[in-house]
Design a protein around this ligand. Structure first.
Ligand SMILES: [Ca+2]
Ligand SMILES: [Ca+2]
Length: 277
């Protein structure tokens, strides 16, 4: 009897694993749950993905949408990390929760983009119009811009996402697709970021070409709050984006629950425990 229970648990674990397989792997997450200090930890990459908080005055850790969040002053606060997306990536996705108090010109969410040299992605609010917008640039130097074309709501937590891959560039708000375009190709860092083999992720900013400072011309600081930022190395489906949004409403982060393999091991341990009795 215990053996059949054991087999059942293993089979359940395998089926669960097969049905939850996904094309896109989560490669970087900022939960912004720190509540102190000048680093935002990456729950996937560890120290290699730490984001450095620049020009914050100590009052940055605030209530978020899922646990804690980080608050940016719209004047000079920004964060810098190693870009989680590889140079030449032909697919990627980003998801996060954001709240805008005001919409400074070119308000930035996440960008790998220089002042003069375009990069992989440029996600935020469009110019002075203030609608949700993303730009991608491929290795043919073709820049694609998709946008919502109506002003972004202020003072409310909003789920935002974009995906690249499978021939499409898509933009999402609160789980729903709001814009898409045909687009494909590899995404490359600004040339000046390739000298040391490291691309730059600017959070709440557009950096200069080398990524070591905010672009003096159009820094695009964010005035408001961020929470639960995730990057994937592939293309999330529209259903997956909707699920991430719905999970967020339930207070569930994109950080994965214990994996299906852990469930298999847990099942085995439970079964062995039962056998001993
Ligand atoms: Ca959080
Ligand atoms: Ca500041």
């Amino acid at each position: 009897m215990y053996r059949s229970k054991l087999v059942f648990l293993v089979v359940v674990g395998m089926v669960y694993s097969a049905t939850t397989a996904r094309a896109a792997d989560l490669i970087s997450v900022y939960t912004f749950d720190e509540q102190s200090g000048d680093l935002a930890a990456d729950a996937i990459r560890g120290a290699a993905g730490d984001a450095s908080l620049m020009n914050f005055d100590g009052s940055q850790w605030s209530p978020g949408f899922i646990g804690g969040g980080v608050s940016l002053d719209g004047a000079d606060d920004w964060m810098r990390a190693v870009n989680p997306i590889v140079n030449g990536a032909t697919a990627m996705s980003f998801s996060g929760w954001v709240k805008a108090d005001t919409p400074p010109v070119w308000s930035s969410i996440v960008k790998n983009w220089g002042g003069a040299q375009a990069g992989q992605y440029h996600f935020g609010l469009q110019a002075g119009d203030g609608d949700l917008s993303n730009f991608l640039k491929n290795s043919d130097d073709s820049v694609n811009n998709i946008r919502e074309s109506s002003p972004f709501g202020l003072d409310e937590w909003t789920h935002v996402a974009f995906t690249h891959g499978e021939g499409k560039h898509k933009l999402f708000k609160n789980g729903a697709k709001i814009a898409e375009a045909d687009f494909s190709g590899g995404l490359n860092w600004p040339l000046n970021q390739q000298n040391d083999g490291t691309g730059i992720l600017g959070i709440g900013v557009k950096t200069n070409d080398s990524g070591d400072a905010a672009d003096p011309g159009a820094p695009g600081y964010w005035d408001g709050s961020f929470d639960d930022f995730g990057f994937w190395d592939g293309t999330l489906s529209e259903a997956e984006v909707e699920t991430i949004y719905q999970n967020g409403l339930q207070g569930i982060s994109v950080v994965p629950e214990p994996s299906s393999m852990s469930l298999v091991v847990l099942g085995l341990l439970c079964a062995l425990g039962m056998r001993r009795r």
